[in-house]
Write a protein that binds this ligand. Structure first.
Ligand code: NAD
Length: 424
């Protein structure tokens, strides 16, 4: 059985390590974060997710985590799952470059190196390959190099890693054959081999940009329909009744997370280098980035209507993670909303049961005490279950800003509470 070495044990690398170990591979994981290495070796998942926590516990001892890069030695397959952040709108490939230099130190003949991190078209050949070839070994003949973009959707219980189809491409046919055989042995879904690594890289940024653009479209509709007093939620429901040619996307407080909020910038930057300006993609980014400010205006307007001023108002912001039922707060719009409300002079109670340590109160009840308004920033299941109209009434809540259009608008209004959603 092959030995797999996974570089980066985060939201992508840790579930992949589990899957490979479950399939019987010897699995090693390298991470710069000593805490992650320690917890993984103890069988503790550093990511809050019931199924992942159970797997890491069960697989204790079967995933060997290391801080020392010489663990790469003797691995048949090395998979790169390091972050590819954007600083502002600029892609930051430093973590990938660093990981590539680390692999280069231990690169062996016959090894297959796969990059799963999200990257712009050309990265493998222009950034990773030259670093690895500094060793004197040639990609495609001495070692194999390719890209198989990760599509995991943390928190998605329907599409687990094993069930998500993949695309992949390597620099040589032999490499592609090895990579395809490997992925076939771990996943139970279709694998589409593409003719070039560049195409495989483009697939992932296109998928995420597609989401960003469509979310921007409905976010813009939300602002416009609000002026026209049209309920966008109902319109989307109506349009979704057409069985072809329409795909629903929903408005919200903005786009967060490590992927959709920044991957379009990878494509924009690469195209710019190649001499093309993506105005459509930039516009989508700016619309989505404007949403936290729009939410803060909604809060201000609703407070005024209720007879309160924003300056000095006490507001509960419920939810910090960028999407429901995950503990990931990277680029979460909730963080920006809090910042903007504080700038307007609000005192904020911040509560998120998934990242309790990042809030300033320890329960929902405490968060709702004597507040002038609540802002539902993340639609965690527990919030939707608890924030029923009668509960809100009982807590003396006067204003509800529902940035996920997830609460019972009409029930809340029937209790005499001022309700404002996004585009409704
Ligand atoms: N999070 C997602 O939902 C998701 C989904 C699909 C694709 N991706 C992509 O996968 C990649 C990884 O994302 P993530 O969310 O898992 O990131 P993450 O930050 O959760 O995990 C990355 C891990 O890599 C480690 N690391 C960084 N540099 C390293 C190095 N040189 N050597 C060893 N370890 C190193 C970090 O300490 C961290 O633990 C990104 O390119 C991302 O865009 C993420």
């Amino acid at each position: 059985m092959d030995t797999i070495c996974i570089i980066g044990l985060g939201y992508v690398g840790l579930p992949l390590a589990c899957l490979c170990a479950e399939k019987g591979f010897r699995v090693k994981g390298l991470d710069l974060d000593k805490g992650i290495v320690e917890s993984t070796n103890k069988g503790i998942s550093h990511i809050k997710n019931k199924s992942l926590e159970a797997k890491v516990k069960k697989l204790k001892g079967k995933i060997e985590a290391f801080s020392e890069p010489n663990c790469i030695k003797g691995s048949n397959i090395v998979i790169v799952c390091v972050p590819t952040p954007a600083i502002g709108s600029k892609p930051d490939l430093n973590p990938l470059k660093r990981a590539s230099s680390t692999i280069a130190k231990f690169l062996e003949k016959g090894q297959l190196v796969i990059v799963e991190s999200t990257i712009y078209p050309g990265t493998v050949q222009e950034v990773v390959q030259p670093i690895l070839e500094k060793t004197g070994l040639k990609a495609g003949t001495d070692f194999f190099l390719g890209h198989c973009p990760e599509r995991i959707d943390p928190g998605n219980t329907v599409f687990s890693l094993e069930k998500i189809p993949r695309v992949l491409a390597c620099l040589s046919e032999e490499g592609t054959g090895k990579a395809e055989k490997f992925y076939k042995s771990i996943i139970n879904a279709n694998i589409l081999v593409l003719s070039s690594v560049k195409s495989a890289e483009a697939v992932k940024v296109v998928e995420n940009t597609f989401r960003d653009i469509n979310i921007a479209f409905v976010n813009e509709l939300a602002k416009s329909f609000d002026k026209m007093e049209i309920d966008l939620k109902e319109v989307i429901k109506g349009a979704s009744s057409k069985p072809f040619g329409f795909m629903p996307f929903y408005p919200g407080p903005g786009v967060g997370g490590h992927c959709i909020a920044q991957d379009p910038y990878y494509l924009i930057a690469r195209a710019e280098e190649a001499g093309f300006q993506h105005s459509f993609l930039k516009l989508a980014r700016s619309i989505n980035e404007s949403m936290p400010s729009y939410v803060s205006q909604l809060v201000e307007g609703a407070l005024l209507k209720s007879g309160a001023k924003i300056k000095g108002a006490k507001v509960a912001v419920l939810g910090l993670s960028y999407k429901p039922d995950v503990d990931d707060t990277r680029k979460s719009p909730a963080l920006e909303i809090i910042k903007l409300l504080e700038q307007k002079g609000c005192k904020i109670n911040v509560f998120d049961p998934w990242v309790l340590e990042d809030g300033n109160v320890s329960s929902l009840e405490e968060a709702l005490e004597n507040v002038d308004a609540i802002v539902l920033a993340t639609n965690h299941k527990i919030f939707i279950e608890k924030l029923k109209p009668s509960f809100l009434k009982g807590k003396n809540i006067r204003v509800v800003i529902d940035t996920r259009n997830a609460l019972d608008k009409f029930g809340i209004e029937a209790e005499g509470i001022l309700y404002k959603g996004i585009g409704r």
